[in-house]
Structure formats: structure tokens, C-alpha cells
Design a protein around this ligand. Structure first.
Ligand code: F0G
Length: 456
């Protein structure tokens, strides 16, 4: 059969609230044209993030009831540990309340002034935790990853030549770790190939630098390898995932993504001495080693979700449903990043709204237009999020002006996605009428979360 169906039935539903265009105009104004300020009850289709927004399975809900809330030695922890170990092969597994808590622990221990962390692309919280420690984060994405409209199979790959040059220039002794983000969220949810992971590992090994994976979307990455990389079509996703982790000395994970959990994460590694240091810090900041800031029931949900996410009918439906939305948009001439990512479709706002200059935030204007036209919430990944000011208070824009439509896992059906495409096309057909925005209030750091804006 050609039709790829949702590989689940729906047992429990959550109503969504319809609003009129007039209401949404008012809501936008009250939210100061910032989607983070909109109450989720006023959103019809929420594509702000795929993080913590998954629908859990009946097996996960059953696991929630099995959760053992003992402070120490809970069986829920051992089930969680076994699930993580079966995929990563790593002996030291440290639960944390979300991905950035794992980052905080590892970068507190390995970071500091004069240190450099090299990556394909660091996610914002990863970079923030590196910088907070006093160290510097450096992105070395492959050249094709920087061209939104040019399709390539593994646009999340690291530039291996640049990695070697950088290590030689900075000195391996100043580089505590290389990090591969799989899939590369900030670079469009694009996958990293096993060939690239192997090559990066070979360079790391030569210089004695540990390789870590930021593994939030490891299963989506593994499925892309199965589909696109020579020699992997007949391998199972768990086999591919195990091979990915086999080259890594450790990983950080947000279980809010590819573990279908609403909260949680972990840090895992092979080195005993590092493991002990991380566990000691965990006890101070997150909790005892067998719960790390999580309830036992969350550990159960993660243990089960990590296995479910590798089921191929799910991944086939997942990857195809993202591509389905991108295909519809591409067919209508809407500029989108190509190929579609594993968890999101990214609109190229600069090409969508060429008449709005970057200092009037075309991405944010598009975010507002999608909300006003159809109650869809998306997020700007452009100069509102990443722009900085020079000494004359002029905006230094971001490299790309993107709008991310992140698709929560197992939450929306094909007709929801058809509706999303219809709304985007309506906005696209009326794009000449859209205006830019100006910031009227902003915080010094991570301003996009709280900034207030106004139409120009
Ligand atoms: N690494 C990557 C690649 C991520 O995408 C995220 C979160 C994190 C680390 C941090 O994990 O939220 O559990 O602390 N990304 C979310 C997003 C927030 O919307 O892309 P966390």
C-alpha cells in the first residue's frame, strides 16, 4: 500500500479551542507580537516545539502507574538504566530533569575559561551552558548545511577538515570534548551520517579528545541513516543507533524529544572517573543518583519511550509526515529548507518576505501572520532569537531568517497538517501585505522569550 498511516489508534483526546481571526488579532496585540506570550489555550495547532509535547502511549501510561517513588534504589531507575544502556552501551547513566541539566553538569566539570567545545552546531542551551562555564563553543557545520534551499542527504554533518584545522590551531589540550548534535536541531533538524560520525571519531581519537553525542533526536537520525546511507538499508534502527553510540564516549539527552516523555533527560558516559565526578555534582544539583530530579514514574515513561521510538512503522510515519508538509509547501512555491528535517519544517522567511528588511524581523512577522490567519503557533529562528547589536546599536543579523514548525510526536493527524499547509499558503498568497516589526522592550539575554514588539 502507498498510504502511510498513523501507526496507532487514539484512546484519549484533548479538545482544541477555536478562535476567530478578530480574537486572534487582539490576542496577538496583547501578547506584544511575541508567540511565547500567547496562552496555549488560545492556540489551535501548537508547533512551537516538539519538546515535552509528545503523546505518551498506553504502555507508557501503564508504566507511570508502575513508577516506584523510593528515594534510593527504585526499580524504575534500574528499568530506565537498562533501557538507556541497551541503546548506548554506556556503563555510567545519570538521570537528569531535562537535557540542559545534563549539559550543566558536564560543562561545569569540563568547561571553564580557555576551553573550547567543537560541534557541528550547538543547540542554544548547550552553547549557553558552555559559555556560562567561561568556555567557548565553536560550530563547524559542513558547507552544504548552510544552504537552506539546496537538498543534500546529511546536512547535519560536521566539516571534518575544519575540525582537524581547528584542533591544530587551538591545541588539543584546550578542547575537552567534541559534540555532534544528532539530528542537528539548529541547522534544520538535518541528520549526521554514520560515515561522518566515524570520521569525526577518528580525528578525536588521534588527538585524544572525547566525542559526545547530543542525542535528543537519535532515533530520527538513525532512521535517516537507514533511508539514505549506503549499506544501512537492511540494518534495524536499534542496530544503527547502537553503532552511532559505539563511536561516542558519552552523550547528553533530552527525553522530551525522542523518548516521548513530557519531562526528563540523562547524561551517559564510558569513563569511570568522569562518571563519579558527574554523579557527585548530580547529588548536589539534581538529586540522588537513582532519580536525578525525576519522579520514578517519569523514569518508567522514558524507559518505555526510548524503545518505542525505534519502532520502524513509527519512524516511517514520523519522517514521512514531516516530509508531507514540506512537499505540499514546495509544490506551491513556498521557500522551505530542503530536505525536510526529522522533527520540523523550516520556512525561509527572508525569501518568503523579501520586502521586509532583516532589522524588521521578517521571521517574526511570519510567525504572527500564521497565528492570525489560522491560530498556528511557530517560532522564529532568526535575528530576533540570535541578533546582536554593534557598538552603534545597529542590529548584526543572524545568518538565516527561519520560522520553525516543529511537529509534536503522535499528536496531530494528517488533516491537522493539511490545515497547516492551507494556512501557510493563504499567508503566502497575501505576503505582500505583511509588515515588519520593531522591538519596544527586550531583555539582555535570550530576548526572544520575553521581547515586546510592535508593527512598523
Ligand atoms: N539539545 C538539543 C539538540 C535540543 O533540541 C534541546 C531542546 C536541548 C538540547 C535541551 O533540552 O529542553 O530538555 O533542556 N530543544 C527544545 C526545542 C527546547 O524546542 O528545540 P531540554
Amino acid at each position: 500500500m502507498k498510504t502511510i498511516i498513523e501507526p496507532f489508534r487514539i484512546k484519549s483526546v484533548e479538545p482544541i479551542r477555536f478562535t476567530s481571526r478578530e480574537e486572534r488579532k487582539r490576542i496577538l496585540q496583547n501578547a506584544a507580537y511575541n508567540a511565547f506570550r500567547i496562552h496555549s489555550e488560545d492556540v489551535l495547532i501548537d508547533l512551537l516545539t516538539d519538546s515535552g509535547t509528545s503523546a505518551m502511549s498506553s504502555r507508557q501510561w501503564a508504566g507511570i502507574m508502575e513508577g516506584d517513588e523510593s528515594y534510593a534504589g527504585s526499580p524504575s531507575f534500574f528499568r530506565f538504566e537498562e533501557s538507556v544502556r541497551s541503546i548506548t552501551g554506556m556503563p555510567y547513566i545519570i538521570p537528569t530533569h531535562q537535557g540542559r541539566a545534563a549539559e550543566k553538569i558536564i560543562f561545569t566539570i569540563l568547561g571553564g575559561k580557555g576551553k573550547y567545545f567543537l560541534s557541528n552546531t550547538l543547540f542554544d542551551t548547550t552553547r549557553a551552558n558552555i559559555e556560562f562555564s567561561g568556555a567557548e563553543g565553536i560550530d563547524l557545520l559542513c558547507p552544504e548545511g548552510k544552504l537552506p534551499s539546496v537538498p543534500a542527504p546529511f546536512k547535519g554533518n560536521m566539516d571534518v577538515k575544519a575540525l582537524r584545522t581547528r584542533i591544530e590551531a587551538l591545541g588539543a589540550e584546550h578542547i575537552p570534548m567534541v559534540i555532534l548534535t544528532v539530528t542537528n536541531n539548529s541547522g534544520g533538524g538535518q541528520p549526521v551520517s554514520l560515515d561522518n560520525i566515524r570520521s569525526v571519531k577518528a580525528v578525536c581519537k588521534e588527538f585524544g579528545i572525547p566525542l559526545f553525542l547530543d542525542a535528543c533526536r537519535f532515533a530520527e537520525n538513525a532512521y535517516f541513516i537507514k533511508l539514505r546511507e549506503e549499506g544501512y538499508a537492511d540494518k534495524t534502527v536499534p542496530e544503527i543507533a547502537r553503532e552511532m553510540f559505539s563511536y561516542a564516549d558519552g552523550c547528553t539527552m533530552s527525553a522530551k524529544k525522542d523518548a516521548f516523555a513530557n519531562i526528563g533527560g540523562f547524561l551517559a558516559m564510558r569513563d569511570l572517573e568522569l562518571g563519579i565526578r558527574c554523579r557527585n555534582l548530580l547529588i548536589i544539583t539534581e538529586g540522588f543518583t537513582t532519580y536525578g530530579g525525576l519522579a520514578g514514574r517519569d523514569l518508567e515513561a522514558i524507559a518505555i519511550g526510548l524503545q518505542e521510538v525505534m519502532e520502524e512503522p513509527y519512524l516511517q510515519y514520523r519522517i514521512r509526515s514531516i516530509e508531507y508538509l514540506a512537499d505540499k509547501l514546495v509544490a506551491a512555491g513556498v521557500p522551505v529548507m530542503q530536505p525536510a528535517g526529522g522533527h520540523a519544517v523550516y520556512l525561509d522567511a527572508k525569501a518568503f518576505l523579501p520586502h521586509i528588511p532583516v532589522d524588521q524581523y521578517p521571521g517574526q512577522s511570519l510567525v504572527c501572520a500564521l497565528y492570525e490567519a489560522g491560530g498556528i503557533r511557530s517560532v522564529e529562528i532568526g535575528s530576533l532569537m540570535f541578533g546582536k547589536y554593534d557598538a552603534e546599536a545597529q542590529l548584526i543579523p543572524a545568518a538565516l531568517e527561519l520560522v520553525r514548525l516543529a511537529i509534536p510526536r503522535r499528536v496531530y493527524t494528517q488533516s491537522h497538517i493539511d490545515y497547516v499547509a492551507e494556512v501557510i499558503l493563504e499567508v503566502f498568497n497575501n505576503r505582500a501585505q505583511l509588515r515588519g516589526l520593531r522591538i519596544i522592550e527586550e531583555a539582555p539575554l535570550l530576548r526572544h522569550f520575553t521581547a515586546k514588539l510592535q508593527p512598523v
